[in-house]
Design a protein around this ligand. Sequence first.
Ligand code: ADP
Length: 530
Amino acid sequence: MTPPLSRAEAEVFERFHDAVFVRDMEGTIHFWNSASAALYGWPSHTALGANARTLLKCKHGCDAHSTADAQVLADGYWEGELSRLTGSGDRRLVNARWSLLKDAGGNPVGILETGYDISSAKDLERHLKASEYRYRNLFQAMAASFWELDFTAVGPKIRALLDAGVRDLEPYFLAHPEVVRDMMQSTRVLDLNDHSLRLFGRGDRNEMLGTIDRYWPDESIQVYARCVVKSLAGLPNNIEVTRLRTLEGNVFECLFTACFSKENLARGVILIGIIDLSELAAARHALEIMQTELAHVARISILGELSASITHEIKQPLTSISTYAQAALRWLKRPQPDLQEVENALLQIIGEAQRTDDVIGRIRAMALRRPAEETQVSLNEVVQDSLKFTDHELRKHSIRLTLDLTGALPPVRADRVLLQQVIVNLVMNAAQAMASANRSPRALTLRSDCPDGRQLRIEVLDSGPGIAPGLEDKVFQSFFTTKSTGMGMGLPICRSIIEAAGGQIRMANREDGQSGARVTVTLPGLAVSA
Ligand code: ADP
């Protein structure tokens, strides 16, 4: 029996945006509006007379359809989701509503279905669920601490500050750390991952929720302040290395990242990530100690090499002191003591004693084991002090020294003793290279300048054999040596000292037509304040 659908009803359904079609109790389609044609891809001349189940190949199969049929027969209505095949072979998820049509006698004659496509809405939901799942996974699985903070209570406090006329928040927060502390007490932990429990907590999640100021030592308070300032300025994040505190009260170094996404800010939420750097900091500290130790050992070893020169330097004034003392005695023992001569001899003794004192002081500074201490240093002074150590060594090997130091150079920031160690090492290497080559004349030039106005340069040029091609970098590797009693640690230590001061050291052969090696040290010059 043909389902009753008046012409007027058909015209109304034709205008519907939803797909509307009517089928009889056997499934044959008797009405098919344009929206059905658009949704399912079958024109009305194909759909009309066709069987709805065959045409639309419902994915849920006959059972689901039969249950729906039974329900619509019993209740007169059914609503649900159906996955259907379109004329172009795509599957579409359709939200369908069925109404039972009856004849005048109340007998079921057909089903009127209205439906609309929910495929993209379902896709979106699936996508959101997957992304939520991924986010949760990342939140939990990463070896970093993640926190979700609620700062809704901070907004009114900032507004009150702005209303009170505070224009520049950054200096205000610097001057009023108690205001920052108060804002922290109003910022609450909404959620955190398991890694945060391990890093900051004692295993109890609930203990960790609540205000965040417990995790911020006073020294890091401005990190929070900068987060406020940057988020208000519309910046996307604030990243800095800082120190935070665990619930047990241990303060540790960490990389702190706060993320101010617009979506989160609108909800009064910010996300922060924290990576523990304490192991890295401990490793860095151990490395610094090792470098200091190594540099010290190397200095002692240079002093060992210089022992003949040191003995000579100390012996010389001692001999003079003895000579002047004997002369003074002679002047005193005369029948007519010459007190003027005695005074002269005593003044010489004081001078020589001072010289000895200077030598011992210099050696003591070199021999002392102490952490590096950076100060403003004049490179020319360092060169001259270093040459006092090597003076005798150069004379011993008949090496002619040329000093070509440019005056009024800007200072550098470095440890004076370590720089001295570098220069002494380079001069000793040059002296040894020239002595081993057995050719004359032996000439050493030390030059200082500032070619580009910013980088200071020291060059050590010798007239030795130079270095074999390809060894320019190798000589800076630990334990590389061509000497029978060498350790191969001098140049690597020089490099670590110079690089720690922000400079560079290079070795090459001379390019001025003379044979020999050229070592170039560059260091950043400091701006001289007026
Ligand atoms: P060591 O002096 O114990 O050998 P260094 O690290 O100071 O250790 O030097 C490594 C090597 O670099 C030396 O053995 C030598 O081969 C080369 N070298 C260093 N300075 C010079 C130089 N002025 N001329 C030629 N070779 C040099």
